[in-house]
Design a protein around this ligand. Structure first.
Ligand code: PLP
Length: 357
């Protein structure tokens, strides 16, 4: 709040109001760097995770002479559509095979990497936002290093939920977004391992050490750092709580709907997301509408694609039957078991009602 009321200077101004704002930004950068174990000089604040992903993908081709990008069909659109936006005369895109549970086929990744020694960027998300499948950053990163490839991981879903030690983790670029760890919306960041350099996507002033022009969103940046600080400090307790909610919900759904199946990987999965294929009802939109009236917020895909009327590109790529209602439930430290009981009760009512209709 003080950064919306009292400390309102423009961080690029040299007067005392500006200097106070500048100090807040640089303190926030140091806080984020301390939690991720990197240098503050390797962090750049952006307007969101999408901008950070765009900057890396487009920048790698433009500035780092990358002529091949290996990625996957289940990346968030922030990566997928950035790949489409690349100059395809300069870079070719190859897709790594996925297992039906969303895990990357690492043998195929090795095969692709070994096929050519051209300058390659591998872009694979740490955790999928719809089905939760997780990659082992260490394993994938070491494979990239072995073949001399750069490695970008969209870590938007996992920052603040898992430990990151960038001093040892073999990644070159990661991205984050504050609203995934209870920070404000509209603020994200980008990590670029030194000495790699990417030129700006947004042109103008010299903000963010000339890497990202535009007057800084001070309250967003301070809010991001504060939220990350809380998330990292309380991570173990939150994780235990959220993991127990997820397994409780899976168990309750299994009891209530024996035909239900779960999408994603059972053993290696983001603990905040549960994606379930429910039986019976052909109409996911109607089900979501009824849940919404009950005060239950769930989704059928990523929030960014909601309303697009298209089946989830993630589930489609994995061959999941998209004629069934596939619902994604997300959990946070603020949820309770009672809320899960309520959701399952309401699902029983709605699905039961559709069966008899
Ligand atoms: N990447 C992943 C995996 C996400 O889940 C999201 C947001 O849902 C993004 C990128 C985009 O982040 P933002 O909404 O901050 O642009």
């Amino acid at each position: 709040m003080p950064y919306l009321t009292d400390i309102y200077g423009n961080a690029s101004s040299t007067h005392q109001f500006g200097r106070a704002a500048r100090a807040a930004i640089e303190t926030a950068r140091k806080t984020v760097a301390a939690h991720l174990h990197c240098s503050p000089m390797e962090l750049y604040f952006t307007s969101c995770g999408t901008e950070a992903d765009n900057m890396i993908i487009l920048g790698a081709v433009r500035d780092l002479q990358v002529t091949r990008i290996i990625s996957s069909a289940i990346e968030h659109h922030a990566v997928g559509h950035s790949l489409e936006a690349c100059d395809h005369d300069k870079v070719k895109i190859e897709m790594v095979r996925l297992h039906p549970n969303g895990q990357v086929d690492l043998d195929h990744l090795r095969e692709l990497l070994g096929r050519s020694d051209e300058k390659t960027l591998v872009s694979l998300m740490h955790a999928n936002n719809e089905i939760g499948s997780l990659i082992d950053l260490e394993e994938v990163g070491n494979t990239c290093r072995e073949f001399g490839a750069l490695f970008h991981s969209d870590t938007v879903q996992t920052i603040g939920h898992y430990e990151f030690d960038l001093a040892t983790l073999p990644v070159d670029f990661i991205t984050g977004s504050a609203h995934k760890f209870h920070g404000p919306k509209g603020i994200g960041f980008l990590y670029i391992r030194r000495p790699l350099q990417i030129s700006p996507l947004i042109h103008g002033g010299a903000q963010e050490r000339s890497k990202r022009a535009g007057t800084e969103n001070i309250y967003g940046i301070v809010g991001l750092a504060k939220a990350l600080d809380i998330a990292c400090t309380e991570m173990a307790a939150h994780r235990r709580h959220v993991e127990s909610l997820k397994s409780y919900m899976a168990e309750k759904i299994r009891e209530a709907f024996p035909e239900a199946t779960f999408n994603g990987c059972k053993d290696r999965s983001l603990y905040t997301v549960l994606n379930v294929s429910l039986p019976l009802s052909p109409n996911a939109d109607m089900l979501l509408f009824l849940l919404d009236i009950d005060g239950i917020a769930a989704s059928a895909g990523s929030a960014c694609s909601s309303g697009s009327n298209q089946a989830s590109h993630v589930l489609t790529a994995l061959g999941v039957d998209t004629s069934r209602p596939n619902l994604r439930f997300s959990f946070s430290k603020f949820n309770t078991r009672q809320e899960i009981d309520y959701v399952v009760e309401r699902l029983k009512v709605h699905l039961g009602a559709e069966v008899s209709a």
